[in-house]
Every structure is written in C-alpha cells, then in structure tokens.
Design a protein around this ligand. Sequence first.
Ligand SMILES: [Fe+2]
Length: 383
Amino acid sequence: MMRPMKLGGSELLFGQGTLSHLETIKAKKAVIVLANDVMIKNGVMAIIENHLKNANISFSIFMGIESDPGLATVKRGANFMIQYQPDVIIAVGGGSAMDAAKAMWIFYENPDINDLETLMDKEKFPKLRKKAQLVCIPSTAGTASEVSRSIVISDDKTGIKYGIGNMEMVPDIAICDPITTISLPKSITAETGMDALCHALEAIVSTRANYLSDILAEKAIYDIFNTLPKVIEEGTNIQYRETMLTAAMVAGLAFTNVSLGITHSIAHGLGSIFKMPHGLANAILLPYIVDFNSQNEPTKKIYNNIAQKLGYNTLSKALIDLNTNLGIPLALKDRLPNKHDFDSKIEDLINYALTDGCTKTNPIFPTKSHLRSIIKMAYAGKE
Ligand SMILES: [Fe+2]
C-alpha cells in the first residue's frame, strides 16, 4: 500500500533573496543553531540578523556542533533553549547543524525524554510544535535535512549512531537561499553534491518509488549532473549555486518519502566504522551499486534511460567520469589505504549495511555475499 507523501513542512522557499522570508515569521524569540562561526565570518548571519531585527524577533545563538552530532551536544542545546524559551528555532548550516537542531527541538519540547531509543519507537515519538516551530536554512547543497524527516545522532557513551526518521521532524519552514553556499569550498561542494545526486538516483529506483517521487528525482538528477562540474569550476556563480541547492532540496523531497538504497546503507557503515565523510562514501560507492542493481531488469532500464540522456551507454560510466571530473577517488583504498585494517572490519561493515534502514528499499535485497563482493570491488577499484 502506498505511503502518504509529505512535501516539506508548511512553507518551502528557494532561490536568491528568500532569506527575507524570515521577516514574515510569526515569532518573538529565536534560538539560532550554528555548527561553528563559518556563517558569521562569511556574512550570512549578518543578513539573517538584519531580517530578524526588522521583524522584531529577538534572538540568541547556540554555537558548537561536531560533524557527527552527539547526544551530549543535543542536550546542551536543548538546555540552552529551556533557559531562553524560544518560539522559533532557526538552524543555519549543513546536515549536522540541522539534524542537531531537530533533536534539540525534541528534547526542548519534551524534557521528560532522556534517550535516543525512545525516539526509535514510532508509538513513543512525541508530538512537536508545542513550544516552537523549526526553520531550516541549509548551507550545503546535499543532505536536504531542511525537508527531510530524518536525523542521525550518536550516543556519545556507546558510540552507536541512531538514524531516526519521523514525519513529525519535517521542518516547518525551509529557506534555500543560495547566498548561504557561495563560499563553500570545492571539496565540500563536490562531496555534498554527490550525496544529493545519490539521494535522487537511489530514490528513483527505490521499491517505494512513485509517479511524483520520480518526477522530483529525475529533474534533480539531470540538474546535478549538469551543474556540479560547473559550480566546482566557478563557485561564486550564484545561478549555479541556486540550481544545486534547489536540486538537492528536490532530491530530498523524493528520498524522504520513498527512502534510499544500499549505497547509503554501506556509506552509513563507512561513516560509522571508518569515519569516512558521508558524501564521499556515497560518491565512491555509487558506480558499483549501479552495476549491481543493473541485474534487475526494470532498474537497468531506468539507469539506461538516464545514461542515454546524459550521452552515455551506461550510468556507471557517467558516474565514474563525474567523480573523476570532481577530483573524487574511484576506489575506497585511496582514502582507506590500510588494507589489513579494512579487511579486519569488513564483516562489521557488511552486518551494518544489511540491517540499515535503507537496505529494504534497494531494488535488489542483497545477501551478505552480495555486499561482500560489492564492498571488496569498491575497495580495490574497477578494472
Ligand atoms: Fe545522504
């Protein structure tokens, strides 16, 4: 049976100048959540602060979020909010800042909840928006946390990463203004952009894909393929930045509804076990997964159709050329050179991927031996 689609929260803004929408928000007190001072140094915060002042919204800044946000940071942020009592939370940043802000929002509104496990249980997941609404302003064209129902938060004590998904967490307002991404370094632009492409390419072959998610994913695929190399060449081109940010958000609308596949399952494992950046892991894995999934005829047809429109015979070749163009390595060994260490953890990686939530919507449900051979091939590189 089809699951209901949710396309963002109540308001979705994208394009140059949309930060001014902050002036229309009905709120009195805001907590702004920042990972670090990058958004202050690049001038984005000055624009945001100006809009909030014009709207008579007072604000306080919570800053300091690690790249894989942990529960301790989330609790610190929630306590900060309990002190300040905001009626709006504004997250400005990449996936970590937005994910952490979503989690802080939960603990701020529900101080009786103490752990992440409660949030894994759909029945126990609390209602939000009792105290505040959530605004997300992404500063990378990648994770699409601004329109997604999911967060990844680590338990600092056990080291376990919790991927939690619930439509309750879709931010109320998403503002995708490309000015926030204009100073993003090349390598982060490339890796986060490949994450966005991976969202679209996994959504379009998901076992839950539907008419609407396909429209969203397909448009995002072509726009990212065409624009990502250009934005790497000319990072200050606001038009390219806008296309990337909008396409990444649109890919997010698709995947948050129909889920992903085993590129993400393995990438989550590589992130957890080897601390490999998420977008980089997806980028390296993607051509290998496309080859594996091509054993499924309907999936192969979808891939071939995309490849043809891109001027290629196969999608995996198009992806290899794109990675090469972006300076992304073609094999995991280039980033994880200690083969002995990798081999000793490969079974953990397989088990991680097998039980990951994204595996069940992959067009082929993999066996352990499938995953082993995909991972080994992605490690060594293609002939
Ligand atoms: Fe992702």
